[in-house]
Design a protein. Structure first.
Length: 432
């Protein structure tokens, strides 16, 4: 069972980092399939912290090759910083350890200016983007104006493409956003130089590498960023990210077929969080929500923003299981609920007086629903030393059992703390 996708089953920040870290130690290839440098993993190497936004955390494991696929938008400046930070720590000595698709879309300085200026203009109506140019870069991809990673290595092509881009972007920057424009020659030189630094990492067709690895039964982990409900097509549009986050995106982003994927692991917290604006039916605007926020340290890794917290939404999770084809879940942060006398989950919604049991596809409808909640008795026993499901307090077991039954898949992993050891491994990853 070598091809495994790890996908966020909620609004992102589900704790994918921990799961991917552990899995990477067993994988031979780790492939990032979408998103940009709005994801974030904090790695601790020899007591020193390194934050990676683009490079998969598999980079820490010597036997694991990391690939950034063509479905990703990448900021060369950020990538160079991350590579430097790793090299400074004695890591990434061999460029074969990290490969970057020639077809990846570049995030250019004008994308960042446009992203930030748009949010400023929207004021209170803003989408809540991270302002890193990710959305505008994906827009250019769709309108066939993107500058690709391969263009960095051909001075003439780079110049031509930049000239075309700047004609339009500078007009927008100067006359619509009223900001200083960008200069062709400066930009061309800077990005050509970036290309020279990044050249050793280029790869023409990562899809071929991945397909070959899979045909040899090598263990390949596909790592997504953000979560299902932020998917451009299947999330709570328009409060979504600018790429497709669902498991199918591993195929389109990398260039392999759906039959190559053997397992899809959906990462979910034992409760729900959401960053920024947008509907959130089970949100708790009370002291219980505050408690979960504090205990779960629910602040964004990349932005530092306080996350909104609420009960686990099983309607949303059931939807995530369906749209991703999730084969099992990793239930994270169960320990955060310890000590609560009562724990609730949403099992249905009330939409304008009508009971519904499927996730609405319209964000307007989702804004109006009221969750119908089922209550569970809480537990007080510390879970951090529990290593087997049978050792969980019976109330916690009842909670997990109900979730599994409701969404129709098992929890192969139950996480009871941030440490690697604080995990219940119900089933090994790469075996079926
Ligand atoms: P990601 O982007 O999906 O990895 O999500 P975050 O970066 O927000 O990571 C979640 C945070 O929760 C990290 O600081 C983890 O160390 C922490 N974490 C992961 N699993 C658990 C868990 O089971 N319990 C607790 N208390 N913390 C956890």
């Amino acid at each position: 069972m070598p091809g495994i996708v790890v996908v966020g089953a909620q609004w992102g920040d589900e704790g994918k980092g921990k799961v991917v870290d552990v899995f990477s130690s067993q994988a031979e290839l780790v492939v990032r399939y979408q998103g940009g440098n709005n994801a974030g993993h904090t790695l601790v190497v020899n007591g020193q912290k390194t934050v990676l936004h683009l490079i998969p955390s598999g980079i820490l494991h010597k036997k694991c090759q990391c690939i950034i696929s063509g479905g990703v938008v990448l900021d060369p400046e950020v990538l160079i910083e991350e590579i430097k930070a790793l090299k400074d720590k004695g890591l990434l000595k061999d460029p074969n350890h990290l490969k970057i698709s020639d077809s990846a879309t570049l995030i250019m300085p004008y994308h960042k200016i446009i992203d930030q200026s748009r949010e400023e203009k929207l004021g209170r109506e803003k989408i809540g983007t991270t302002g890193r140019g990710i959305g505008p870069a994906y827009e250019d991809r769709a309108s066939r104006k993107a500058i690709l990673f391969r263009d960095l290595f051909d001075s003439e092509t780079l110049k031509q493409k930049l000239q075309l881009a700047l004609e339009e972007k500078n007009f927008l920057i100067e006359h619509y956003f009223r900001k200083p424009t960008l200069k062709l020659d400066e930009l061309h030189q800077k990005y050509f130089d970036f290309g020279q630094i990044l050249k050793p990492f280029r790869i023409e067709d990562p899809g071929l590498v991945v397909a070959t690895a899979l045909s040899k039964k090598k263990k390949v982990l596909f790592e997504g960023a953000q979560g299902t409900l932020l998917d451009l097509n299947h999330g709570t549009y328009p409060y979504v990210t600018s790429s497709s986050t669902v498991a199918g995106s591993a195929c389109t982003g990398v260039g392999i077929g759906p039959s190559q994927i053997n397992k899809v692991i959906g990462i979910t917290k034992a409760y729900t969080t959401r960053v920024g604006t947008g509907p959130f039916p089970t949100e708790l605007n009370n002291e219980v929500g505050d408690l979960i926020q504090k205990k779960g340290a629910e602040f964004g890794a990349t932005t530092g923003r306080r996350r909104r917290c609420g009960w686990l939404d099983l309607i949303a999770l059931k939807y995530a299981v369906r749209v991703n084809g999730i084969t099992s879940v990793a239930l994270m942060k169960l320990d955060v609920l310890t000590g609560l006398p009562e724990i609730k989950v949403a099992t249905a919604y009330d939409l304008d007086g009508r009971k519904i049991t499927e996730f609405p596809t319209s964000a307007d409808d989702l804004e109006r629903v009221k969750p119908i909640l089922k209550s569970f008795k809480g537990w007080t026993k510390d879970l951090s030393t529990v290593r087997k499901k049978s050792q969980l307090p019976k109330e916690a077991r009842a909670y997990v059992d109900f979730i599994e039954k409701f969404v129709g898949v098992k929890a192969d992993i139950i996480s009871t703390g941030p440490d690697r050891e604080e995990t219940i491994w119900v089933k090994p990853l790469f075996k079926h």
